[in-house]
Design a protein. Structure first.
Length: 211
């Protein structure tokens, strides 16, 4: 039987779906910016997303590229899943929350191979030109955040299954928080991990709860 909160969300028309257009990704980035930038002032998230507080689609450029460049494992499952939570508003559906789930593995064809080297996925020189101090700080902070993630996936290399389903980011716009939306985004991932062969679901967080 659904809980009172689940019933309320169903009554409100909440949907958890895959992002299927660039506009979804840009709106989802806005939710993350409101949550991690304006609400909690998460220094690592803000540093990893320079220009997060500027208007226009350019601020979501990296997330849009992630959505466009999705790869698949040997079973055809997407290695990167970008989810949107939407509610109806004035005849339209509004993105109120988002999550990014990643299938990670050290085995080729079983997921994305994780790295603790930020330079492999983030153009530090582009965003922080000639600023070696900031570049070094970001590399160290990122390595510290993902250290255990990489260790766990290395431990899985000789196991079955050899992949994990990892929650890389989850955010709900502050205007829609405390309504169980984040729980629904997380539950979708837990159910998907089970569907993919009972993959272990993992995440990590900063002190301000990013992701």
């Amino acid at each position: 039987m659904p809980s009172r909160l689940e019933t309320r969300l169903m009554d409100e028309g909440l949907r958890i779906e895959l992002m299927d257009r660039p506009e979804d990704v840009e709106a989802a980035f806005g939710c993350a910016a409101n949550a991690f930038g304006k609400q909690t002032h998460d220094t690592l998230w803000m540093a990893m997303n320079p220009g997060w507080d500027k208007p226009g689609p350019e601020r979501a450029e990296r997330m849009v590229k992630m959505w466009r460049d999705i790869s698949h494992d040997s079973d055809g499952n997407a290695n990167t899943v970008l989810l949107k939570a939407t509610l109806p508003s004035q005849g339209q559906r509004v993105v109120v929350g988002m999550a990014i789930w990643l299938q990670l593995s050290m085995i080729e064809g079983r997921g994305i191979r994780p790295s603790d080297d930020l330079r492999s996925s983030f153009d530090l020189e582009k965003h922080y030109p000639n600023n070696e101090t900031e570049q070094r700080y970001l590399c160290q902070a990122f390595r510290s955040l993902v250290k255990r993630r990489v260790e766990v996936i290395r431990e899985k290399e000789t196991s079955q299954p050899s992949a994990v389903f990892h929650l890389g980011l989850c955010a709900v716009d502050p205007a829609y928080q405390r309504r169980g939306i984040a729980s629904k985004l997380v539950q979708w991932g837990l159910d998907e991990a089970k569907r993919r062969g009972n993959l272990e679901a993992t995440t990590e967080a900063t002190s301000s709860k990013y992701p």
